[in-house]
Design a protein around this ligand. Structure first.
Ligand SMILES: [Zn+2]
Length: 294
């Protein structure tokens, strides 16, 4: 649901552009005054030393028609795991990593990437504590595994790029402190954030939506520093320890899990959202099994 905001991102950008122009005009006025005094012969003899005019740095005028621009959510910190197919040590096959992981210590501020409106703030499964923000053109950004959500951040709050919405943590299914950051299109499909961060787009047609939705078929094996407790059973299973598989009583969930393990990465990405599904593993007969919470 899109919450109507009082000040659209575009209007906000326009206002910033106007402010930038005012600063630039003030600087020019200062130069004009200085020149006027230099040209005045009456004032010249009174001057003991050369006049120093401090001129404000010229602020680049923002294009009036910027639709949306994206800033890094944790400035100065590196992406340690990119968008694309990825296999975690406890997983039987690769699945889509729907965002990027940015490594940072616990407590580092997490900033909104672009102007928008908060549409959700709370706790959800593997995401842990998270904040979701809706932007122009129905784009949504997600900030997950947060240690804490900033005071006052809740659905309906208008936010500007750079505003702090939370702190880095390791909540949810996480292998250590980092921010999991996602950008989704208006149909809730994950986009490659690398194609947006640090870039500004003048109009909807400039957004690299077609390119950003694609990913290579190559599966990267991820290295993790810590196995989350919730995944230990799966790790044991993969390491040859006897596995205990609780059979689902819900045939549909099991069928879904089997489809996921057959390599349908998109479906697999959604698997964690099946209610009660705790994980996936390979049974003694080599067939996939779903572990369903009872
Ligand atoms: Zn991630």
């Amino acid at each position: 649901m899109l919450v109507k905001q009082n000040s659209s991102p575009k209007a906000r950008v326009r206002r910033r552009a106007a402010e930038a122009v005012i600063v630039a005009v003030s600087a020019l006025s200062a130069v004009a005054v200085a020149h006027a005094s230099l040209l005045s012969p009456a004032l010249a003899p009174l001057r003991a030393s050369p006049v120093t005019v401090s001129i404000a740095p010229v602020v680049p005028v923002v294009e009036d028609d910027v639709l949306i621009s994206f800033e890094e959510p944790v400035p100065g910190h590196a992406v340690v795991s990119p968008f694309g197919l990825r296999q975690l040590p406890w997983e039987g096959s690769g699945r889509l990593h729907e965002g990027v992981d940015i490594s940072a210590d616990i407590g580092v501020p997490v900033r909104v990437a672009a102007d928008g409106v908060v549409i959700a703030a709370g706790e959800k499964g593997g995401y842990g504590r998270y904040v979701a923000v809706r932007h122009a053109e129905g784009l949504t950004t997600f900030y997950a595994h947060l240690g804490g959500i900033a005071a006052g951040v809740k659905a309906g709050l208008a936010v500007a790029a750079g505003d702090t919405v939370g702190r880095v943590g390791s909540t949810g299914t996480s292998t250590g402190p980092h921010l999991h950051f996602e950008i989704r299109d208006d149909q809730d499909r994950p986009l490659n954030p690398a194609m947006f961060l640090g870039k500004a787009f003048a109009e909807a047609g400039d957004l690299p939506l077609d390119k950003a939705i694609r990913y290579s078929g190559r599966v990267r094996m991820a290295r993790v520093s810590r196995i989350p407790a919730s995944k230990q059973a799966l790790m044991d299973a993969r390491n040859g320890a006897p596995i205990i598989v609780r059979r689902s009583t819900d045939a549909e969930d099991l069928a879904q899990a089997e489809r996921n393990l057959k390599g349908l990465a998109r479906d697999a990405a959604k698997a964690e959202r099946i209610d009660g599904l705790q994980g996936l593993s390979i049974g003694p007969d080599g067939r996939p099994r779903a572990q369903i919470g009872l």
